[in-house]
Design a protein around this ligand. Structure first.
Ligand code: ATP
Length: 341
């Protein structure tokens, strides 16, 4: 276990209303952050906080401003306005103590092409003066079969694993990852998801990551921010996401007009569905589909099919984005949203 942020100094023995301790202070504290490039506002007045142990996923389509925000977080570029604090410090200010506790991966994974996977990790280990060998991290990132291969011969997915291994080698308290699952196949995505979840749950590592794979990454996060055109248009605790996803009861009968009349008579509000059948969104219908079926049976129009359907995460995210972008054509957004890595 790595050292945790100490609690308040304990000089007083009596419990009192807790003062704001370092343990409760955000690990990442971003306030009114903006970055403008001539006529492009890449990041627009973003305020967000990431707390210790959270896995915060910043989700957005290509060009939403994710990389720009992460580069400001790491002090690689200067904000046009606003402030950024990481572990209580500004990383750009060259605070070595904070840097020693941060692992990061930004944009395309790179490595020394002529060195093997193991040698690449050894370089980082020596630079950081870390004890031991790199075997543990090689195992954890499933890189053992490639340990003696030169980096230039690796697939994109394995290069990404190597980049993650480098970011994790010094067991950082905070991991900042820009598109960490880029180039990985679905099995690779699932592995990285398990690894990050384990780091957060078993070791208390805080993770801040960005991705355009909305649904894929949302399943890993404990908190989600949606970035669109540089603006943070929504934030949710992951366990609250289900509340926001639309649900409906889809039913078909042999006579939809008769079914609609029966349902109306019982206080439901059916709407026509495409390509046929009816949709119900009444809370009462969603909570008790069996009662809807009973009403229809008693009314002489038994349902031939009855499904409780829930919007998937991808659809939910795209709807959220679309609602804040009325000027755009839905088709454009859908295309953008389904674009692959
Ligand atoms: N150095 C730069 N000069 C001018 N415009 C830039 C620069 N860097 C980024 N941008 C613009 O800022 C916007 C946000 O880009 P950014 O790379 O941060 O988005 P992103 O969400 O990371 O996208 P992607 O997933 O495609 O990497 C884009 O319109 C991009 O063209």
């Amino acid at each position: 276990m790595r050292p945790r942020i100490p609690p308040s100094d304990g000089a007083r023995s009596e419990p009192a209303s807790p003062p704001p301790t370092r343990a409760t202070a955000p690990v990442i504290d971003i306030a009114h952050l903006s970055k403008r490039y001539r006529d492009v506002t890449a990041v627009d007045d973003v305020t967000l906080h990431v707390r210790a142990g959270q896995i915060y996923a910043l989700l957005g389509l290509n060009g939403a401003g994710k990389t720009t925000l992460i580069r400001m977080l790491l002090g690689m570029i200067a904000p046009t306005a606003g402030t950024v604090h990481v572990l209580g410090a500004g990383l750009s200010a060259g605070d070595r103590t904070a840097w020693a506790r941060v692992g990061y991966l930004v944009e395309a994974a790179t490595a020394y092409p002529e060195l093997t996977v193991r040698e690449n990790l050894e370089v980082v280990r020596r630079l950081r003066r870390l004890p031991g060998a790199a075997d543990d991290i090689i195992e954890r990132l499933a890189l053992a079969p490639y340990a003696e291969r030169r980096a230039r011969t690796l697939s994109l997915g394995n290069l990404q694993r190597l980049a993650l291994a480098r970011a994790l080698l010094h067991a950082p308290d905070l991991l900042i990852l820009d598109e960490p699952v880029n180039g990985l196949d679905p099995a690779g995505v699932a592995e990285i998801r398990a690894l990050l979840a384990d780091l957060a749950q078993q070791h208390g590592t805080t993770v801040f990551l960005s991705s355009h794979l909305l649904a894929e990454v949302a399943r890993l996060a404990t908190r989600i921010g949606i970035l669109h055109h540089g603006r943070l248009i929504g934030e949710h605790d992951a366990d609250q996401l289900d509340r926001h996803r639309r649900r409906h009861l889809r039913l078909t009968t042999r006579d939809d007009d008769a079914a609609r009349t029966v349902l109306h008579a019982h206080g439901y509000h059916p709407a026509p569905a495409a390509p046929g059948g009816l949709l119900l969104t009444d809370e009462r219908a969603l909570a008790r589909p069996d009662q809807v079926a009973t009403v229809l049976v008693h009314g002489g129009v038994p349902p031939t099919e009855l499904h409780l359907e829930e919007e998937d995460l991808e659809t939910y995210f795209l709807r959220t984005i679309r609602q804040t972008a009325p000027a755009e054509q839905p088709g454009q957004i859908a295309e953008e949203g389904t674009r692959d890595a």
